[in-house]
Design a binder for this molecule. Sequence first.
Ligand SMILES: *Cc1c(COP(=O)(O)O)cnc(C)c1O
Length: 394
Amino acid sequence: MSNATQLIHSIPVDPLTGAIAVPIYQTSTFVQEAPGVNKGYDYARSGNPTRATLEKLIAGLENGEVGLAFASGLAAIDNVIKLLKTGDEIVAVDDIYGGAYRLFNNVYEQFGIKVHYVDTSDVANIVDAITPNTKLIWLETPTNPTLKISDIAAIAKIAKANACLLCVDNTFATPALQQPLSLGADIVIHSATKYLGGHSDLIAGIVVAKDKEIGARLKYLQNACGAILGPFDSWLVIRGIETLHLRIRQHCSSAQAVAEFLESHPQVDKVYYPGLSSHPNHLIAKKQAKNFGGIVSFSLKDDTEEAAINFVTSTGLFKLAESLGGIKSLISHPANMTHKSIPAEKRRAAGVSDSLIRLSIGLEETEDLIKDLSDTFQRVHTKKTTQYSTTKTV
Ligand SMILES: *Cc1c(COP(=O)(O)O)cnc(C)c1O
């Protein structure tokens, strides 16, 4: 049976009523027959049946033992970092999500947790950065926004050899394309705000642990710290996941076409998409993932912040916004948006140039998206030429 079919039928029919949709248990507490005698739930921070359905569903999709749902992707990341203690160190991907960088450096550093950022697409950099205090390796693959790929299976071996946990932020690929736990990782996290939710209508996070014991510790922390996902948002994520495979298929096929279009465009300098054979890690991407995802980044020949801002404010279908993974195509300028909290020189060193533009390919028809970009190139070109001739005549 295919993964998509399996997924659709792993969502339970309500045993009480036969409801084919998952019920939303909008309740804070559960009546007990006697103290401690209940039907599996006592208080909704500790457990809620709607959230439990989502948690079981995502654990299955990621091939893990324990799934946990949180109020945001960052709350999910925060939960994993709380496995560590003062003096522990993390080796993390340099091209990391800006919010994770902020959490690591501006919150956890003051508790004595140190993070080393390296280009994890070269495994040797990880080996060099590991010290006896390293307890966690943190990957995103593909990364945001330069779509770098790291070899999960190879890095999992290094993690095991050094008694570190490997956590992969699987937000960009989703389990429809890539299952890090099957490749040897210990923990997967998601911003379910993106592809899992899939409709730009919620904020949510997911943690999945491969191992029961680590899962139990994470579940303890989830209840102890309290950043759980509410029942209605849990229901929305379940509804999103129901169409995950179908959506991802379309995101990928349009993204490949857009990346090829951009690569052939005279105003484009570099295109970042793991599905292009020009991508430096194309073969690893092909080995560890079923397809290459819906995010495409590119830089302009006119490598200025001004040119990029001009472009991102001139599109029609592509809406200028943070976030990704929804129905509508989005465009963003990472240097000024998602990656603003990373100091400029560090940001540039990680490959996020001033003119880098990131696209989240939505579910519009492929040819409409390409036409929108093509028209935008024409528009910004004309605008620039006009501005130039105006200056000349004045
Ligand atoms: C958005 C995002 C996050 C943070 O998730 P929130 O739901 O916004 O808290 C973490 N990692 C990646 C890769 C993201 O894109």
